[in-house]
Design a protein around this ligand. Structure first.
Ligand code: PEP
Length: 248
């Protein structure tokens, strides 16, 4: 069963989310997909209400790297769990760049997420300059090793790695299936070296970056990915429904 993760980013008020979900949920065949909707914090209560009993997981887009206390404006792992959240995105390239999130902070977020019973979607990926100077493997290795430092192998069951080349996110450009497969091999090599062969075989890896209904069939030909993380294209329920029907 393919995994599809929708990242709504900073889009949709709670009212707009409700309207979206009414359209989307009336037509999606959620039994045939492993579907997670990562909504803005302010829409989580709407998602929790409308997605209950629908075989759809509720996701958030970030969590604090502190457990609680004097962190005005932050949202904790415990708050997310109590809001019905199952998965949370960490290490998204927009946050690495805009908010200077580094490996240490991402590692703390992952540990706090795990402690609170959440699953984590860890985004990793190289910039165009890094790809052009043949640094992709080095970048992926550093991002994965710093994020997963100190984790037990059995905790990887609750981690999904999203390979999201920075140059593909929101750009309309995508790597070829061959390039994705190469990056996935490199990700698995890091997991194999740091954990075990078994862990590298079972870790779930999705691709993200400008996925839409036109390129999904070609991207879906990659054999070693478990699914996709989708940003812009999930904002139109009809486009997202098309992707859901093509990906199975
Ligand atoms: C994302 O934000 O993780 C993403 C994949 O966005 P887009 O699909 O718009 O490139």
């Amino acid at each position: 069963m393919k995994t599809l993760i929708a990242n709504f980013k900073m889009n949709m008020t709670p009212t707009q989310t409700k309207d979206y979900l009414i359209t989307f949920l009336s037509r999606v065949d959620s039994e045939k997909l492993d579907l997670t909707l990562c909504l803005p914090y302010t829409s989580l209560f709407i998602g929790d209400f409308w997605c209950a009993d629908k075989n759809i997981r509720l996701g958030a887009q970030n969590l604090s790297d502190e457990e609680e206390g004097r962190n005005t404006g932050e949202i904790s792992g415990a708050m997310l769990k109590d809001s019905g959240v199952d998965y949370v995105i960490v290490g998204h390239s927009e946050r690495r760049k805009r908010f200077k999130e580094d490996g240490k902070s991402i590692n703390r977020k992952i540990k706090i997420g795990l402690k609170n019973g959440l699953g984590l979607i860890l985004c990793v990926g190289e910039s165009l300059a890094e790809r052009n100077t043949l640094k992709t493997y080095e970048v992926l290795k550093e991002q994965i090793e710093s994020a997963l430092k100190g984790l037990y192998e059995n905790e990887l069951e609750r981690i999904i790695i999203a390979y999201e080349p920075v140059w593909a996110v929101g750009s309309g450009k995508t790597p070829s299936p061959k390039e994705i497969e190469e990056a996935v091999k490199e990700i698995k090599k890091v997991v194999c070296d740091d954990f075990s062969l078994g862990a590298s075989e079972s870790i779930r890896i999705v691709y993200g970056g400008s996925v839409d209904s036109k390129n999904i069939k070609q991207l879906n030909s990659c054999k070693n990915i478990n699914g996709f993380l989708i940003g812009q294209a999930c904002l139109d329920p009809n486009e997202f429904l098309k992707i859901c029907s093509l990906v199975r």
